[in-house]
Design a protein around this ligand. Structure first.
Ligand SMILES: *[C@@H]1O[C@H](CO)[C@@H](O)[C@H](O)[C@H]1NC(C)=O
Length: 445
């Protein structure tokens, strides 16, 4: 995944404010570009009741009625009436390079009508998709890191009632590495008509704020949400957005978009041509092959009317953030949060993990001045280990493997502490994932 190395490198310069790296540096970067293979498989959690990812404004005090409602309206996991729907159409295929799906919106709607217990709350339901390569990691600790990174996503999903699918096969054998997400997301859209949104999260990204929820209201008029920097998009930089984490609406627009996006990939007869087009357009692109991220920026800019206008570029918080810029802030953030807990008895109260969203809304009141994203003291939402290549170990040579490893341990412990809190334990040292201490009653009063 030479590409990811290159990306991270460019991303780091980007975050430091100098995006347009000179030719010499570009050449230097190319040297470090190494391919690694990533691919995104199913781990649907058998939820007895699907909790919609809706904004529950209720605090812990009113959560009783909310919970009662969700129980009464729980999804029926056994009801699948014999009436025909899109699954019975022999021509419909899950693969990416096949006749396009048509009238998906109507087909999904029809399915929801047949499955009324899923229809309730469908408009805000998110389904998470992630994955990694089919074979063991080359890096001896790669599979250990991938397991912890997956655990981190499962923790986030459990706290918010989101189902998750971990794919570790290539649904289109030629679509290796970062191209693997496109066929996976398409198959997930068909497998999960109950979900309005598919949330792709790269294997090397970690949730470092277990409470924060995507501001879905903001994305109402959009079908695709990406993290990016609008001023850099205009300057035609291939790192002006990050394709490693995205939210895509389960709709016909997205089906069409995925087809167009995937048509730039290695399985396509136009792959080489796209490599040329993208390299010509993005002067800072560091390798000649077509890649998914440049492809996205291309569609944003060149087909604005058709695609760009439905794409929301999120820049207000760490929809995903570069680890180098984030990891150093964890200690101070922990201190700030602990200080707040010392003052607010309500936040120290022990509670069931299931109602943690209620406590998150109480936290919000105390985080109004924190800001969000770069320079803020709020917990960063997603920390992305771009360039660390945990599975292959072919990390960017700009930093050592140990630096990456320590940063991942730190971020994952930082996140785990938010989870373990509900289980009565804490890691006293973020760099020592083996050690936990029991939390005393009323900690940290
Ligand atoms: C953490 O806080 C200390 C004291 O306020 C400050 O000097 C330091 O720059 C902060 N570190 C980071 C990484 O923000």
């Amino acid at each position: 995944m030479a590409k990811h190395n290159g990306r991270s490198k460019a991303a780091s310069f980007l975050s430091d404010g100098f995006l347009f790296i000179g030719g010499a540096l570009v050449a230097f970067l190319v040297v470090w570009a190494v391919w690694s293979f990533f691919s995104p498989s199913p781990t649907p959690s058998p939820a007895f009741s699907i909790s919609p990812y809706s904004d529950r404004k209720s605090g812990p005090d009113t959560s009783v009625s909310a919970a009662a409602t969700s129980c009464a309206g729980g999804a029926n996991l056994r009801h699948d009436p014999p009436d025909a729907n899109f699954y019975d159409d022999p021509k419909l295929t899950y693969t990416i390079d096949t006749p396009p799906i048509k009238n998906w919106d109507e087909k999904r709607k029809e399915w929801l009508k047949q499955h009324p217990s899923f229809a309730a709350g469908a408009e805000n339901r998110i389904f998470m998709v992630t994955g990694s390569q089919p074979t063991p990691c080359k890096n001896p600790i790669g599979d250990y890191l991938l397991l912890k990174l997956f655990k981190n996503k499962v923790d986030y999903c459990r706290r918010h009632g989101i189902d998750i699918f971990y794919n570790n096969v290539l649904f289109q054998p030629k679509m290796f590495s970062f191209w693997a997400k496109t066929p996976t997301v398409k198959a997930a859209m068909l497998a999960h008509p109950e979900a309005e949104w598919i949330w792709w999260v790269d294997s090397d990204a970690a949730f470092t704020d277990m409470d924060f929820k995507l501001p879905l209201d903001r994305y109402k008029a959009y079908n695709l949400v990406l993290h990016g920097w609008p001023n850099l998009i205009e300057k035609k930089s291939w790192t002006s957005i990050n394709a490693g984490v995205f939210l895509i609406r389960n709709c016909q627009w997205a089906m069409d978009f995925m087809d167009v996006w995937a048509s730039m990939g290695p399985q396509s007869p136009d792959y080489d041509k796209w490599g040329e087009t993208l390299s010509t357009m993005f002067k800072d692109k560091i390798f000649p092959e077509s890649d998914d991220q440049s492809g996205l920026v291309y569609l944003l800019l060149e087909e604005k009317e058709k695609w760009g206008n439905k794409i929301y570029v999120e820049g207000e918080f760490y929809f995903e953030g570069y680890w180098m810029e984030i990891v150093g802030t964890f200690d101070n953030i922990t201190e700030r949060y602990t200080g707040i807990e010392k003052d607010v008895a309500g936040l120290r109260r022990r509670h069931a993990e299931k109602v943690s969203e209620g406590y998150a809304t109480v936290w919000e009141e105390h985080l109004k001045d924190a800001g969000n994203g770069r320079g803020s003291w709020r917990r960063p939402f997603i920390t992305h280990f771009t360039g660390c290549q945990p599975c292959s170990g072919d990390h960017n040579q700009m930093y050592s493997g140990q630096t990456c490893f320590d940063a991942m341990q730190k971020a994952l412990s930082f996140a785990d502490n938010q989870v373990l809190r509900n289980y009565g334990f804490v890691h006293p040292d973020l760099l020592d994932p083996s050690t936990v201490n029991p939390l005393p009653f009323d900690y940290p009063a």
